[in-house]
Design a protein around this ligand. Structure first.
Ligand SMILES: [Zn+2]
Length: 273
């Protein structure tokens, strides 16, 4: 059975995200465990956690993916930011385990103009310092190629993967980011090339987003499915490559936050043959 869902924004008790997901026919979803624009990772109360886990089971929204907030920078050359970023990752891993979320997706941060190799080393040692004991799987997300960002090239992702001393690590591929980074994900030969470096078997979550800008633009601007430069046929070709459609496919496109609807979820399902 397909696992199609979207990022669900939460306000108030976190268990409400499961209701929202189910109401728009998602059987998987992504959430933030705390406010994405704050350093503080709020604690969850026991009742909230109990309700979340119960609803997840009853409404069969599974797997749950937690996305790291935006402020942490695991590549930061600034010691204070670096330490805070590690602490934020550890707190998010704890939230994942509390919520029985299977995956934690993280961006790899920015070199801030410092050498790439030092940035990669900081990221892997940050992850290595907190990953032991984490019950879920950490997924390194490919980036769009914005200035100084780490992880837009599959070789960077693979190098980090090799330096993480834990088998509970994998990748999240975002169709918009990959396209913006120069990978035409509608083409089989491009996906084969990514396979040779990453192994699609190690890609556990797909972020399905169309792109507001063209191939190789380096811009991380999501567009609704079929309305951007990848296009409906491009997304369809991607979703039907090898076993991609067996992975959780999560939208991060614009929707009415208060009143999300299921049409884009159904559109994605209809593209899978
Ligand atoms: Zn992301």
């Amino acid at each position: 059975m397909d696992k199609v869902g979207r990022h669900i924004s939460s306000s108030g008790s976190i268990d409400k995200t499961v209701d929202t997901a189910r109401s728009i026919s998602c059987n998987s979803m992504q959430i933030f465990a705390s406010s994405p624009m704050q350093w503080h990772v709020r604690s969850l109360d026991d009742e909230e956690v109990r309700k979340f886990r119960e609803k997840k089971r009853e409404l069969r929204v599974d797997p749950i993916v937690v996305h790291m907030p935006y402020l942490p920078n695991l590549a930061s050359p600034n010691k204070e930011i670096y330490e805070k970023s590690i602490a934020a990752m550890k707190a998010n891993m704890e939230r994942c385990d509390q919520l029985d979320a299977r995956y934690l997706v993280t961006h790899l941060g920015s070199t801030m103009g410092e050498p790439r190799n030092d940035a990669l080393r900081r990221i892997s040692s940050a992850i290595n310092s907190v990953i032991n004991g984490f019950g879920g799987m950490l997924l390194l997300e490919g980036q769009a190629g914005q200035k100084n960002s780490v992880g837009s090239q599959v070789e960077d992702l693979a190098e980090l993967y090799d330096h993480i001393s834990h088998r509970h690590v994998g990748y999240c591929i975002d169709t918009c980011h990959a396209f913006a980074a120069g990978y035409d994900i509608s083409k089989e030969e491009v996906l084969d090339r990514m396979d040779a470096v990453l192994g699609w078997k190690n890609v556990h979550v797909i972020h399905a987003n169309d792109s507001k800008f063209g191939l190789g633009s380096g811009k991380d601007r999501h567009e609704n499915i079929g309305k951007g430069y990848i296009g409906r046929d491009g997304i369809r070709a991607f979703l039907n490559y090898k076993d991609i459609s067996s992975k959780p496919i999560l939208l991060e496109t614009v929707t009415d936050r208060k009143n999300p609807d299921s049409s884009e979820i159904e559109l994605v399902r209809s593209l899978i043959s």
